[in-house]
Design a binder for this molecule. Sequence first.
Ligand code: F0G
Length: 482
Amino acid sequence: MSVKFYIPENQVPLEMHKVRVVQKLNLLPVSERMKAIQDAGNNTFLLQNRDIYMDMITDSGVNAMSDKQVAAMNVADDSYAGSETFNRLKAAVREVFGVDNVLPAHQGRAAENILAETFVKPGTFALMNFHFTTTKAHITRLGGEVIELIDKKGLIPQSDDPFKGNFDLKKLRSTIKEKTPDKIAFVRVESGTNLIGGQPVSLENMLAVCDICHEAGIPSVLDASLLQDNIYFMKIREPRCKYMSTQSIYQLLASRFDIIYFSARKLGFSRGGFIISTDRKWTDMMMEFVPLYEGFLTYGGMEVRSIEAAAQGLLESLDMDYISQGPEFIAYLAKELDDYGVPVIKPAGGLGCHLNCSEIVPDIPHDQYPAAAVGAAVFIAGGIRGMERGTMSEQREPDGTERFAELELLRLAVPRRVFTLSQIKYCADRVKWVWDNRKLIGGLRWTQEPRVLRFFFGRMEEIGYWQEELVAKFKKDFGDSL
Ligand code: F0G
């Protein structure tokens, strides 16, 4: 029995694990960091790992494995069909969610592809609290339209609302009425809402969405990729969940949603993706796409070792000692930055700490990509790689005009069980330095702008010479050698 006490506020987070395998890191001098980000076209996706000190681009597929996961990988049963590994995965899904029907896919977006192929037809609508990039791409590719119904409180960058991912239930009801249930492919709840700062949805709100869907005869879908963080927040922020076990929350959700899918790169500390369902009829509808796009039903394009790791990782997702670590480190980082006056998304969510770049560099217009510019500055200041979540991550309108993002964020993801607290403190200090020197930061412009997914492949350059000025200031403050 663990005696850890879970309150992130004003406490030093306590890891309930120790580190037994380590990986050497590099920290380049500041001029070389500037060269590296310029060579990468100011796009953090194009940086090389060897040039990075803290990789905070994502929490996907980069979480540390436990000793039990590594051990499980060694007993993986490699057979095309009917492998014992898949049976162990099914047993883990049964233990966590209480569900028997499981379809594998090679990662979360592949599960989304199967879901979209099954339910989305031209002219249909997919209603959701907020979109995720890959989810939306699959739906629109098939002629469907995404409608976002997040409660407007979710888009206020700084507030004390504990569940900013919640649906506006009134709007959900009126949209179903307006569009008519037969035109609605499904309603999707994204737990730990990614693009608005890893913000959770309350249990009450999720169950209300399920009730509305059941009443209208519309499939209810839960994207559970970030559910472990979301369940941590339910336990500490939602009174009715305080005395529920994590397992009882997972199982209650699985009994009420028609379909649950997730990226096991996040939920499960591994790789791959899964689609699960209490009612066999949903699995049967989607099953045919698995061999077509992924692989046979007992491996789904995944390597068996990763399936073993996911099975063990899912069991660990029940354990508050493990699932508290990410959100508590993020809360710590957000509080340090907030104390320094740096504008961050509040309250802190799961996945990572999000800098509100519209407030850091208010004079840089959307079409000079403020969040990407702050991302380049943070890399120059500390060798820290974040991810732009603003206008650069949007796609232009068909007529070529920019679609300005609602929030200009730089995401500093905190992979689970990976960083030490001293690294988190280093990150806070370097971001503070960027904040103190924010007046030096300028905009960016495209040198190569791909038509689709430009945030992955596109290249930009600084407008003027602000990066050289930033480096000169850094050397003045810290000395030449750093
Ligand atoms: N749904 C959510 C909520 C996600 O955050 C992701 C991935 C996916 C689906 C797709 O899963 O990567 O396994 O194909 N998010 C990653 C990120 C990419 O960095 O936030 P995937």
